[in-house]
Design a protein around this ligand. Structure first.
Ligand SMILES: [Zn+2]
Length: 437
């Protein structure tokens, strides 16, 4: 399903009105260059950057003189001993918070939306420094995430480009609703506009979150692991609700990302036409067929499962309902990923960071490769495929003329050693350098 052009141009306007990118011309001398993941690595190239965009990629190392410019008008960036590739994209983050077993689990009850915005500052910085120049944030208070997004676009704080779902859409009592407190406590919170029951009400919920600024619609099609309720991880939104959500979202020019674990919920969401399944822990052969029929993406978030198992070793205070779901769900994740991989399902990179530590996103690459994906496909999942799922392939995902100058560099060739992406040495977002080690 194509997005209406108007929505796309609105999105573009937001990014291009940013004052955060550099004004002068920059020339990056790239020793090794993977301009288009999937194509051959090139050597000794110059990336020409003007007004935050790539204007050309040329052979050899160009000087200011080659462009008929004076030295003062040009910034030369020497990456002749580095491996240069497009900025990475994480399709599933929660940038406004981070699990920390050391912190009182009830602390969030004392915080305002503004607190979460301040707490996000180091998370944004860590994510960008790790080479992730764009994130799709799937769940945060709209007040918080909208303010953060504006601050990043204005250059007030350092962070990746944010595509945001604001709050998610969930059934009453579903994974995205509040749980685990007395009803008086829960009732003290303003009810989220994204909680819905019945097809019409779920259409209303989509309209409401779009009104609050959502770029993409996040839904919880099934139960989830980290909600404090023993409700399992089966389907929670009905087929009719799912259809109404997708139809309304498409009318408003938004894609739908569906959190889903059990196969019934995954398949119902795919039948309804969602654009991505998040997690997909129990996807079955029918799911693979549906993925391939619809062209939907799987966003596996392997890292979330691994860090929850790591956390269980050291944290005795995880609520019993959550521990039971971790033990039930996580052991299935590897087999589900392999089934998708073998079935030729589109896979886009996503970590669920916030469950894991922000800035450790690249651990996901190691897991994808350990579970059988090639290094090249793993890199494509965080560049070409992610930009396709965002509907932003015209501007993101490769280093070609006309694209945003979102560029990173590492010491070693990640096609040979995927772990090199854990040590990003250079980060440029929209023409501005944020890291150069
Ligand atoms: Zn998530």
């Amino acid at each position: 399903m194509k997005l209406p052009r108007i929505a796309f141009f609105a999105l573009l306007l937001i990014f291009c009105s940013s004052s955060a990118f550099a004004q002068s011309t920059s020339l990056i001398h790239a020793g090794k260059l993977l301009a288009v993941p999937g194509d051959d690595v090139q050597t000794e190239k110059t990336i020409v950057i003007k007004q935050g965009m790539i204007s050309a990629v040329e052979d050899g190392y160009l000087s200011a003189e080659d462009l008929s410019l004076s030295d003062s008008e040009v910034q030369i960036i020497d990456l002749s001993d580095k491996f240069v590739l497009p900025g990475l994209i994480d399709m599933h983050t929660h940038i406004t918070n981070e699990r920390d077993p050391e912190v009182n689990p009830h602390e969030w009850l004392t915080l305002y939306d503004e607190d979460f915005a301040y707490e996000a500052i180091p998370f944004l910085e860590a994510t960008l420094q790790a080479g992730f120049t764009t994130v799709r944030n799937l769940g945060a208070a709209y007040t918080t995430i909208n303010a953060i997004k504006r601050a990043v676009n204005k250059g007030l704080i350092e962070g990746p480009r944010i595509i945001s779902a604001s709050g998610g859409i969930s059934a009453t009592g579903g994974h995205g609703d509040f749980h685990g407190y007395r009803s008086e406590v829960i009732n003290a919170f303003e009810e989220s506009v994204g909680i819905c029951d019945g097809a019409d009400d779920c259409s209303r919920a989509v309209r409401a979150v779009v009104k609050q600024g959502a770029d993409v619609i996040k839904i919880t099609a099934t139960g989830g692991v980290l909600s404090n309720t023993a409700a399992g991880v089966g389907q929670q939104l009905t087929d009719e609700e799912l259809e109404a959500i997708v139809k309304t979202a498409n009318m408003l020019g938004r894609k739908v990302a569906a959190h889903a674990h059990q196969a019934g919920g995954i398949n119902a969401a795919l039948e309804a036409g969602v654009h991505s399944i998040e997690h997909g822990s129990y996807l079955d052969d029918r799911s693979v067929e549906l993925f391939n029929e619809t062209g939907a993406y799987l966003v596996p978030t392997l890292l979330a499962g691994v860090v929850l198992l790591e956390e269980m070793e050291v944290n005795d205070d995880i609520p019993p309902a959550i521990v039971a779901k971790i033990k039930e769900v996580i052991p299935n994740v590897e087999a589900a990923f392999k089934r998708a991989l073998d079935g030729g399902v589109n896979i886009a990179f996503g970590t669920d960071s916030g469950v894991s530590k922000h800035g450790t996103n690249a651990r996901e690459f190691e897991l994808m490769v350990a579970y059988g994906m090639s290094n090249e496909e793993a890199i494509k999942s965080a560049t070409i495929y992610a930009s396709d799922l965002l509907g932003m392939s015209n501007f993101l995902g490769t280093l070609e003329a006309g694209k945003f100058a979102d560029i990173i560099a590492v010491d070693e060739n990640p096609l040979e050693d995927i772990s090199s992406l854990k040590e990003v040495q250079f980060v440029m977002k929209q023409g501005k350098v944020y890291s150069n080690k």
